[in-house]
Design a protein around this ligand. Sequence first.
Ligand code: ADP
Length: 192
Amino acid sequence: MFNLILFGPPGSGKGTQSQKIIDKYGLKHLSTGDLLRSEIAAETPLGLEAKGFMDRGQLVPDEVVIGMISSALDANPDANGFLFDGFPRTEAQAEALDKLLKLKKTAIHLMLALDVAEPELISRLLNRGKTSGRSDDTNEDVIKARITEYHKKTSAVADYYMKFDKVKHIPGEGTVENIFDSISAEIDKKVK
Ligand code: ADP
């Protein structure tokens, strides 16, 4: 079992790199953003609760996303490992994840943190907004709110895993392939 967190601010390339990681390493991809958007599309009570927060660029309450991740872990008992994308985003979520994994006799093995400068994040997100159909990517105020949430609540999650010596930083600017090579090199050190 190998469990990885792909970490970084909105627009840092987590979704793009996640796809390549799951193809190469056979991990189960758990993206809380994707899970929440599915709930919204299906008009579930959870989706309705989450939508207002997401439209404003705010984090969805911890208990909502923790419950969703707990169900996703239970729904995949045969996974070789998980790739967490967009989760955990607060220290409370990180602590909850550690507990959930411990119950399953496993743990987080590595956090890869994608480093991208802020002007580049904003331009990437506005660009993605032209084609993604994501309303939170078309409005610059909402983008800035998401980046503010990241600095206020999420960046500390890297410090949490740093205490356990689990964090590696990856330069997140360059070609998709070069970034993926750096990611693969770090994963290979852990899985071999
Ligand atoms: P991005 O990383 O580009 O912001 P995501 O798809 O990961 O995109 O997240 C979109 C939105 O979903 C966030 O702005 C937030 O409202 C909500 N969200 C996703 N993951 C979490 C989480 N772990 N905790 C709280 N809210 C979340």
